[in-house]
Design a protein around this ligand. Structure first.
Ligand SMILES: [Zn+2]
Length: 294
């Protein structure tokens, strides 16, 4: 089931693909210009701290980091088991930003819940407008606030947002595996549904997280559009227009049903976004339904 290459999942049109990687900057290549700039920066910083003797040590450590790769096996970047013998249980993992389709379908997704502050409000809006969405739940919150879920999921889908929302990209394999597996167990216990979709916190992935997803048979779901709450903090109509106009067929749209007051600009604008997208001919589906269009 996880057989789709990432290139098929991208909604970026093929003509937008660069034919070559971006040209490295002077700083990245370690050219004299880049080095001089970095050295100047480092020295001014050290001088400001009154710690000029540390400059040599810092520069040395940086040179070592640049010269040698991260650990080949066992580190957070490695997608290969540390013993170099164990195969991943599934040989492919789908990583999806959005789906290539001509059908006017959009998958609305909510991360970080359930939380008493916004989840009931989001559920009420979706129910009123008969919209099905996908909730990427945090495992420990699903257990703590299971009353927000029980009997209220209806036609919504649940996905896994890990046990405690720690950054998978900084974890070695065993920790990444546990964060995903424990989250899935908690969500299954709280909802009675086994999540197969994984949304990594912050959208961050390391090789070890991909390997853990492969071993757990999870499909990684990112997003190709998101609510820009900080950009439109004081401009709810602007955010509504942005979302309605920027969604395209196959879009996976990121929103949140937890967090600070800033999130309210998106939640309060949700009814107008739903109406605006429907006026453009869009239909709301769950992520799994959208993935079925591939
Ligand atoms: Zn999150």
């Amino acid at each position: 089931m996880t057989t789709v290459s990432s290139s098929n999942d991208l909604t970026v049109p093929s003509h937008a693909w660069p034919t070559e990687p971006p040209a490295p900057t002077a700083a990245a290549t370690g050219s004299p210009t880049g080095r001089r700039r970095r050295d100047l920066l480092r020295m001014s910083l050290a001088a400001a701290l009154g710690a000029t003797t540390a400059v040599g040590a810092v520069a040395g450590a940086e040179r070592v980091r640049e010269r040698y790769p991260l650990p080949f096996y066992g580190g957070y970047a490695a997608p290969i088991h540390g013993d170099r013998r164990t195969e991943p249980r599934h040989r492919e993992v789908a990583v999806t930003w959005g789906v290539n389709t001509t059908k006017k379908l959009v998958a609305l997704t909510f991360d970080d819940g359930p939380m008493p502050n916004w989840t009931p409000q989001v559920q009420a809006i979706l129910a009123e407008h008969r919209v099905r969405a996908t909730f990427f739940l945090i495992g420990e919150r699903a257990l703590a606030y299971r009353d927000l879920l029980s009997g209220r999921l209806g036609g919504h889908e649940v996905g896994n947002h890990t046990w405690a929302h720690r950054d998978l990209a900084r974890m070695e394999y065993a920790d990444a595996y546990e964060a995903i597996a424990r989250g899935a167990r908690a969500i299954a216990a709280a909802t009675g549904r086994e999540p197969t979709l994984l949304r990594p916190p912050y959208g961050h992935l390391g090789g070890s997280a991909l390997l853990a997803a492969a071993d757990l048979g999870a499909s990684v779901v990112l997003w190709n559009r998101q609510m820009l709450e900080t950009d439109y903090r004081h401009d709810q109509p602007g955010l509504v227009d942005y979302v309605v106009e920027s969604c395209s067929p196959g879009t996976i749209l990121l929103a949140h049903d937890a967090g600070d007051q800033e999130r309210l600009v998106a939640i309060n604008g949700l009814p107008a976004m739903i109406q605006g997208l429907r006026a453009r001919g869009f239909e709301f589906v769950t992520v799994s339904e959208l993935l079925g269009e591939r």
